[in-house]
Design a protein around this ligand. Structure first.
Ligand code: SF4
Length: 146
């Protein structure tokens, strides 16, 4: 059983600003677990750094006004393909991201506020019945694992 994890939480510099979201609690949690690190945005061909993007009206828009929905979808599908042949127990994904966010995402106005919703990749996992947790929900993830 494998756990899908946002690569930026593990320290990969794939974040929009060229940095990472390294999270020591996530790294410790992943120790002794089989993990599948993914970054749907770079998997979709987007560079790091890149302009930040947010979801508005069901589409993904970069801050400079480009519609990047197709790159986001293609990257998310590629990440799903990278899980093929393995049983994914659940995912731990970066909160609020337009790809990885679960339950809440940035509001589409680049205001720093969040609204209810899922990122593109998180939504694809959920429709396939795979539970998604954020880096702030590791206890719930551990319980999910039984
Ligand atoms: S797409 Fe996900 S894994 Fe990639 S940088 Fe954004 S939050 Fe991290």
């Amino acid at each position: 059983m494998a756990v899908v994890v946002s690569a930026c939480l593990l320290g990969e510099r794939c974040k929009y600003n060229g940095g990472d979201n390294r999270n020591e609690a996530v790294i410790a949690f992943c120790r002794d677990r089989e993990i599948i690190p993914v970054c749907p945005e770079t998997a979709g061909g987007l560079p790091a750094p890149r302009p930040p993007s947010e979801i508005r009206d069901g589409q993904v828009w970069s801050k400079d006004g480009a519609n990047v929905t197709e790159a986001f979808r293609a990257g998310a599908l590629r990440c799903l393909e990278s899980c093929a042949g393995r049983t994914v127990e659940y995912a731990i994904l970066k909160a609020h991201s337009p790809s990885c966010g679960s339950g809440e995402v940035y509001d589409g106005a680049f205001s720093g506020k969040t609204v209810a919703g899922d990122g593109v990749f998180a939504a694809m996992l959920k429709v396939r019945g795979i539970p998604v947790f954020t880096e702030d929900q590791l206890e719930e993830a551990a319980q999910c694992a039984g």
